[in-house]
Design a protein around this ligand. Structure first.
Ligand SMILES: [Zn+2]
Length: 564
């Protein structure tokens, strides 16, 4: 029944809208580099309509926004990203199986914070008022609680020349340092400013290396201007074994520095003229003792794997899982804000898209689907390693892990290679990595599903196999597929920004992964591991693979620390 009750104006407006939509799709189709629209089987096609390019843009621009500060694990920006993805899972009504009904699995991650009131550097001289320099006038990277004291040996060192272009980098030796007696002493080194007037990092490295193994109680650096940056703790995966405080005790920061008026005051207290800083004497006479304390407190930092489950429709098969993953973190603001739009906000956008497609699709797969965005990937695949070792579902029940990491660009020449490759030649290319390592059936399925997706599949990036989270599943014999659109000039640069993302391609990769995941969720047989491939698999962490072997047996859950 076509619009009987509507006014002529109404009818005209609707007709125009439909016409515009049709032209737009035609225009888009016309612009699209892909040979054909991405048609999926009827039982899952409705889901694809639930996610638009605009949705992907909205999610990715948010994940790569300055507010999220490059999503470094352990930092507030990462916490924001975790809350963002968790809210999306919540809105979709997915099942939360994390701690206390959340979508989180906490990854042990300690942040070491300096306790300023218990951290200082003090210079003492008998009969004189000591000079105490508080923490906020010191700078350096602190690894743990540390302290040292001793007689001061003051060094004035020329800034070494940087190696000429093309010359192999070698830390220069500082003549005369090797024969200096510094056992149990506190060495205070003043490296004359380099030509650019800044404290010479190379000079400091040379001093530290030349004094290595000579038993100095500490090596500190003095400089003309007040050092910036303060005493910095660190954020890293904490090994349950160690108590960082104990491990850190006595370990002196390698780059503790002070300066500005504190240097002038120190020289005066030690009975030395400021002119010694310009002089040629390497060890001008100075009479002082030094003592410093650095106290830290270690606390759990924001580090969690964010995961959610769509339970399967079949009472039996719902105990098996298809895992769809990405990593949520990037490198933060070290050396400037790194938005990480492609690495891996694109993959996380992909996980959000696939989750929405599944939830909005009227048909539910028989097997369950687990969506997960890992922490700590940039620090060494730490979140996924923890997830696999403390898996919320038995590893043997995972029929495949589908990993999306960098799915938003067109491959081009970059710092690591691909000489001569141009983005415009790779508009439809996609790398399939690792699918031929364990379960041939999964590889076959990916190829079959590409009939509809129409990517130019490439296999020349197997070298990237170990560089994303799927590797932590494969090592236990879980079949994996890694989807990757290739490296480019903005990889791990501050220029990896959301405006450069190829959104149509990103959504098409997500739709392709949705199709593969759906098929894994409904097909009778799960992909089996080829015994010969498993036998030859390098880096395996279990005797038997978690997934069943072709020809029967295995599928026994390899012993994992936390896995049920
Ligand atoms: Zn990545």
């Amino acid at each position: 029944m076509l619009w009987p009750t509507r006014s002529p104006a109404d009818i005209r407006a609707t007709l125009t809208a439909v016409a515009v939509a049709a032209t737009l799709t035609a225009a888009l189709a016309a612009q699209s580099p892909f040979a054909k629209p991405h048609e999926l089987p009827a039982d899952r096609m409705a889901g694809t309509a639930a996610v638009s390019i605009e949705d992907c843009k909205k999610w990715l621009f948010t994940l790569a926004s300055p507010e999220f500060e490059g999503r470094q694990t352990g930092q507030p920006g990462f916490q924001k990203a975790a809350e963002f993805v968790s809210a999306h899972f919540q809105k979709l009504g997915l099942e939360a199986r994390g701690e206390n009904g959340t979508f989180y699995q906490t990854v042990p991650w300690s942040v070491t914070k300096v306790v300023p009131e218990n951290s200082y550097l003090e210079f003492q001289r008998a009969g004189a008022e000591p000079l105490r320099i508080p923490a906020d006038r010191l700078a350096g990277n602190v690894v743990g609680n540390s302290s040292a004291e001793g007689e001061v040996v003051f060094l004035v060192v020329e800034s070494p020349a940087a190696p000429a272009d093309g010359q192999r980098f070698r830390v220069p030796k500082i003549p005369g340092l090797a024969d200096l007696a510094v056992e149990g002493k506190v060495v205070v080194a003043y490296v004359k400013p380099a030509r650019d007037g800044l404290p010479s990092a190379l000079g400091r490295l040379a001093v530290t290396q030349s004094l290595q193994g000579k038993g100095a109680a500490a090596v500190l650096f003095a400089q003309q201007e007040q050092p910036a940056g303060g005493l910095r703790g660190r954020s890293s995966a904490s090994r349950r074994a160690g108590n960082p405080a104990v491990a850190g005790a006595g370990r002196v920061p390698s780059d503790l520095a002070f300066g500005g008026t504190d240097l002038t005051t120190m020289l005066k207290l030690g009975g030395a003229e400021a002119a010694v800083l310009e002089g040629t004497a390497m060890t001008p006479t100075i009479t002082l003792r030094a003592k410093f304390e650095v106290a830290v407190q270690t606390e759990q930092a924001p580090a969690m794997n964010v995961f959610a489950v769509l339970p399967g429709s079949d009472p039996q098969l719902r105990n098996e899982y298809v895992v769809v993953g990405s990593h949520l973190d990037h490198v933060g603001t070290r050396g400037g804000l790194h938005p990480g739009a492609d690495d891996d906000a694109s993959g996380t956008t992909g996980v959000m898209a696939v989750a929405q497609m599944f939830v909005k699709n009227p048909n539910r797969p028989k097997r369950s689907v687990l969506f997960v965005c890992f922490a700590g990937e940039e620090d060494g695949l730490i979140g996924s390693d923890f997830f696999a070792k403390n898996c919320p579902v038995p590893l043997a029940s995972i029929v495949g892990e589908l990993q999306m990491d960098m799915i938003g660009r067109d491959e081009e020449e970059n710092r690591e290679g691909n000489r001569g490759e141009r983005a415009e030649d790779n508009r439809t290319s996609l790398h399939l990595v690792g699918t031929q390592k364990l379960a041939p059936a999964l590889h076959e399925l990916c190829l079959k599903k590409n009939d509809a997706a129409a990517f130019d599949i490439e296999y020349d990036q197997e070298g990237m196999f170990g560089r994303s989270d799927h590797a932590n599943f494969a090592k236990y014999g879980v079949p994996i597929a890694f989807f990757f659109t290739g490296l480019h000039r903005d990889y791990h640069e501050t220029t990896d920004t959301p405006d450069k993302i190829h959104y149509e391609k990103l959504l098409r990769v997500a739709t392709y992964v949705y199709d593969i995941a759906f098929e894994l969720g409904v097909q009778d047989e799960r992909p089996l591991v080829d015994p010969v491939l498993w036998q030859n698999y390098r880096g395996k962490q279990a005797k038997e693979p978690a997934a069943p072997l072709i020809g029967g047996k295995a599928a026994s859950a390899p012993a994992t620390e936390g896995g049920k």
